[in-house]
Design a protein around this ligand. Structure first.
Ligand SMILES: [Zn+2]
Length: 173
């Protein structure tokens, strides 16, 4: 299911487990934040079609971190430049430091994974599995997780001015 949540931003939700995907239309580019699980790829492609966006029409994919329920659907988009943090992806995707879209502010927010990032666009925060609604947070008991780092990252996030939180999972606001 695809739903407009903000001017130029859509949220894509799936019937099965997997992260939310967000589509940002910005400066003629179609940008995806995360790609959910591989099982959800067909649904993702169909939802994008409803907005008239083909697989070839996705220009940029930003991965908040390297967990399979977020990165499962990167392959069907032949023209997408895929970005993620080196700490999580090593050389498998383009280093997120090279992302040159001035409207998107990328922050390193380790804790849930070593290379987790959050993205601030206007007053919208894409928080991956770092921060969810109602103050709940991502797991820090996984390989590569760190409770200490998570605390620091959450402090960083608290200083930001955002009005809409777009996390990787969860319901309501
Ligand atoms: Zn995760």
């Amino acid at each position: 299911m695809i739903e407009k949540i903000y001017p130029g931003i859509w949220k894509i939700l799936f019937r099965q487990f997997g992260s939310y995907v967000y589509l940002i239309k910005l400066g003629g580019k179609n940008i995806l934040i995360d790609t959910s699980s591989p099982e959800n790829t067909e649904e993702l492609i169909n939802d994008l079609k409803k907005l008239g966006i083909s697989r070839e029409g996705i220009n940029v994919i930003i991965l908040t971190h390297n967990h399979p329920d977020h990165v499962g659907g990167i392959s069907p988009f032949p023209n997408a430049k895929i970005y993620g943090s080196e700490e999580d992806f090593e050389k498998r995707v383009i280093d997120i430091k090279k992302l040159k879209i001035p409207e998107l502010m990328v922050m390193n927010t380790p804790g849930h994974s070593k290379g987790s990032v959050c993205i601030l666009y206007k007053d919208v925060l894409f928080s991956g599995d770092t921060l969810f609604h109602r103050g709940t947070i991502g797991r820090t008991d996984l390989p590569g997780s760190s409770g200490k780092e998570m605390e620091k990252s959450l402090k960083k996030i608290k200083r930001l001015r955002y009005r809409l939180l777009c996390p990787g999972h969860g319901t309501g606001d």
